[in-house]
Design a protein around this ligand. Structure first.
Ligand code: ADP
Length: 363
C-alpha cells in the first residue's frame, strides 16, 4: 500500500505533528472539490478551517480538535476503488449493492420496511478483499469514506479514543452519506472479558452508543438531517466477537478465498498491465496451481514473478532499454511460488466455513 497520509495530523497532547496512524490504509487531507475542509460546518454554522482549533466552540459530544483529526487522518478521499477492480466476490457485491449502494443512491425508494441497514460485518481469511470491498461500497454509493483499524483506535489515540469515536460519528453524520469502515473490529468488540481493560471497555461502550445513534429514516426526516451512515466492519476472527455485538450486525457477509475463476480473472487483470508471454492456458495453469491462495497472496505472487526478468539482468539493469526487458513467463510464476506460498491454513478455512454456516448471511 502506498502511504499518503497527511502530515497535518494533530496530537492531542503535543500540538500539531504527524500521527503514527495505521500505515496500511491510505488517508489524506480532503482533496475532492466537493469535500474540502472549509465545507465542513460546525454546529455553530462556522467551518473547521480558517479558525484555530482553540477558537472553535466545542461541539456537543465531539470536540473540534478530535473532529479535525478525523478529517485529516481517517477520512479517505484520494483512493477510489470500483466494483470491477475487485476480482470475484459476486455474491458479496450484489448483497452490498442491495443493502447499501442502492439505498444510499435512492433514499426515496428505500424507506420504511426497505430502510437500509446500519451495520454490516465482513468476515473471512486475511487478504481476501474486505478492505477493497468497503472502499468500493463508498465509491459506488458516492459516500464519504472513513477508514480506521480498531487496534489503532485503541492504541494510537492515547486515552482519547472515546472522544475520537464520538468525533468520528459526528463528522460522518455531518458528511453523510458516509461509510465508516472499522478493520479488525474483533479487537474492539471481542469477547475478552478477562483481558479487557477499563479503557477499551469504555471505547467499546462509546462505539455501541454511537452506533445506536444512527437513527432510522423516519427519525432522520423529523430531525431534518441526512443520516445515511453505515458502519461496515471487517474481521479475520469473527468467532471472537461477543454475542451482543454480533447480533447488532444485521448482515454478516463471508468473504471467502477466491475460487478458480476469480484467481484466473485476478491473474489476467494483473498481467494486463505487464509485458508477459503467458498464454490463456498457462494462466489457467497458474490459476489451478494457486488453489488456496488469497487475493493478496496472488498479488504478492505476481509481484514476485515480475521481478525475475529484472533479476536475470544483473548489472546490465543499469543501462538496459525498457523495451529490451523480457516479459514474465509461466516459469517465473512457478519459481515465485517457491517463495510466495499460500497464507491461509486448511484448518482455519474450516473454522471460517463453520462460522459462516452458523452465523453468516448468504451473500
Ligand atoms: P483484507 O481486508 O480482506 O485483509 P484487502 O482488501 O486489504 O484484504 O486486500 C489486500 C490486497 O490484496 C489488495 O490491496 C489487493 O491487492 C489484493 N486483493 C485481495 N483480494 C482481492 C480481490 N478480490 N480482487 C483484487 N485484488 C485483491
Amino acid at each position: 500500500h502506498k502511504d499518503t497520509r497527511s502530515s497535518k495530523g494533530i496530537n492531542f497532547h503535543e500540538g500539531p505533528r504527524k500521527m503514527n496512524n495505521d500505515s496500511s490504509k491510505s488517508r489524506s487531507l480532503p482533496t475532492s472539490p466537493v469535500l474540502t475542509q472549509s465545507s465542513i460546518p460546525c454546529n455553530d454554522g462556522s467551518a473547521f478551517t480558517n479558525r484555530s482549533i482553540d477558537q472553535l466552540n466545542p461541539v456537543p459530544g465531539a470536540d473540534a480538535a478530535a473532529c479535525e483529526q478525523i478529517l485529516n487522518e481517517i477520512m479517505v478521499t484520494d483512493e477510489k476503488i470500483y466494483w470491477e477492480d475487485i476480482a470475484g466476490l459476486t455474491n458479496a457485491k450484489n448483497s452490498l449493492k442491495e443493502a447499501v449502494v442502492y439505498p444510499f443512491l435512492r433514499p426515496d425508494l428505500f424507506k420504511g420496511l426497505r430502510e437500509p441497514i446500519r451495520g454490516m460485518l465482513l468476515f473471512g481469511p486475511p487478504g481476501t478483499g474486505k478492505t477493497m470491498i468497503a472502499k468500493a461500497v463508498a465509491t459506488e454509493s458516492k459516500s464519504t469514506f472513513f477508514c480506521i483499524s480498531a487496534s489503532s483506535l485503541l492504541s494510537k489515540y492515547l486515552g482519547e479514543s472515546e472522544k475520537s469515536v464520538r468525533a468520528l460519528f459526528y463528522v460522518a453524520k455531518k458528511m453523510a452519506p458516509s461509510i465508516i469502515f472499522i478493520d479488525e473490529i474483533d479487537s474492539l468488540l471481542g469477547n475478552r472479558s478477562d483481558g479487557e481493560n477499563e479503557a477499551s471497555r469504555r471505547v467499546k461502550t462509546e462505539l455501541l452508543i454511537q452506533w445506536s445513534s444512527l437513527s432510522s429514516a423516519t427519525t432522520q426526516e423529523s430531525h431534518g438531517y441526512d443520516t445515511r451512515v453505515l458502519l461496515l466492519a471487517a474481521t479475520n476472527l469473527p468467532w471472537t466477537i461477543d454475542e451482543a455485538a454480533r447480533r447488532r450486525f444485521s448482515r454478516r457477509l463471508y468473504i471467502p478465498l477466491p475460487d478458480f475463476e476469480t484467481r484466473q480473472y485476478h491473474l489476467t487483470k494483473l498481467l494486463s498491465k505487464q509485458k508477459h508471454s503467458l498464454t490463456e492456458s498457462e494462466i489457467i495453469e497458474v490459476a489451478t496451481l494457486t488453489a488456496g491462495y488469497s487475493g493478496s497472496d496472488i498479488t504478492a505472487l505476481a509481484k514476485e514473478a515480475v521481478m525475475e526478468p529484472i533479476r536475470d539482468l544483473g548489472e546490465k539493469l543499469i543501462d538496459i532499454d525498457l523495451n529490451n526487458i523480457r516479459g514474465v513467463t509461466i516459469l517465473d510464476f512457478k519459481n515465485a511460488m517457491k517463495t510466495v506460498k499460500k497464507s491461509v491454513s486448511v484448518d482455519s478455512l474450516a473454522h471460517y466455513e463453520k462460522w459462516a454456516l452458523e452465523y453468516g448471511s448468504v451473500g
